[in-house]
Design a binder for this molecule. Structure first.
Ligand SMILES: C[S@@+](CC[C@H](N)C(=O)[O-])C[C@H]1O[C@@H](n2cnc3c(N)ncnc32)[C@H](O)[C@@H]1O
Length: 274
């Protein structure tokens, strides 16, 4: 259908330049979401309650546990945690995202902070969860911080809503939506947590999920992904146009509403008892 798909990455120099350039792009992507915080809140999917409950399975439920939503964004996962019965504290570095969270969920305590410097006291939370955010953390610095703020035996869990690329039109959509800032999916979201001496071996589980979309609203969802936020306005407009054209040209997505099939991946671990 005459669509030009972009290859991952661009032309680069030697390894050191390449590493520095990769790190700079990663940092720009990590900080990109606030520019479209309202769109993010409107168009990103929620999380299935079964996935949230599994993430928190090892956490005592009485009294209501205090759970830290780290990199909480506009509060998508916060809502799932509240539905699961947790008392939630949100930590989010981006002002635009945090302000949107506070507007939507005024009862939740929300603080400025990062995974590497969590603004909470030692041993103050029963669990830390990160939705669509763990891959942005400096993991070497973050794990000791998790261990510091968790209570004994506390849980850390990372959740991701991933496109179900076993479905043909979804896999092709991933190729159509590439920009110069795209990286191979496994470079961002690994299917395992790194081993860490302070934490037990991680466990993984997947949960089927879906988001009701139209060609236009799915284009808007992808417009909140960092790889479309950090490119030039021209490239952003071009990729969003290409996505709508693709969706309008596929029988599965051409007319009205359809389900975007998702798989919610959860990785969980607990603080090793010493
Ligand atoms: C894709 S959004 C996910 C937001 C929300 N958790 C959700 O499930 O929709 C990633 C969030 O991680 C935040 N973030 C980026 N780097 C971070 C860091 N080092 N520590 C904590 N949060 C970070 C971003 O500001 C952004 O709000």
């Amino acid at each position: 259908m005459g669509l030009r798909h972009r290859a991952y990455g661009g032309r680069m120099g030697n390894t050191t330049d390449r590493d520095a350039s990769k790190r700079a792009l990663h940092a720009r992507r990590a900080a990109s979401f606030g520019a479209k915080a309202t769109d993010y809140a409107e168009h990103r999917p929620d999380y299935p309650l079964a996935a949230v409950r599994w993430a928190l399975e090892a956490v005592p439920t009485v009294p209501a546990p205090v759970v830290l939503d780290l990199g909480a964004g506009t509060g998508k996962l916060t809502e799932g945690l509240l539905a699961a019965g947790a008392t939630v504290i949100a930590v989010e570095p981006d002002d635009g995202m945090r302000i949107e969270l506070m507007r939507r969920l005024p009862g939740v305590r929300a603080y400025e902070g990062t995974a590497e410097e969590i603004p909470l006291a030692d041993g103050s939370v029963a669990a830390i969860v990160a939705g669509q955010a763990f891959h942005w953390f400096d993991q070497e610095r973050a794990f000791p911080e998790f261990a510091r703020v968790l209570q004994k035996g506390g849980t850390f869990a990372a959740l991701w809503n991933t496109d179900d690329t076993r479905v043909d039109w979804v896999a092709e959509l991933g190729r159509v939506a590439r920009t110069d800032a795209s990286v191979p999916p496994l470079e961002l979201v690994s299917r395992k947590l790194p081993e860490h001496p302070l934490f037990e071996d991680f466990e993984a589980a997947e949960f089927p999920h879906a988001q009701r979309r139209t060609a236009e609203s799915l284009t808007a969802t992808i417009g909140t992904h960092s790889h479309t936020l950090v490119v030039s306005p021209q490239q952003r407009a071009e990729v969003l146009r290409r996505i709508t054209e693709y969706l309008r040209g596929r029988p599965e997505t051409a007319e009205g509403e359809f389900d975007l099939p998702l798989v919610t991946l959860v990785l969980r671990t607990t603080l090793r008892r010493r």
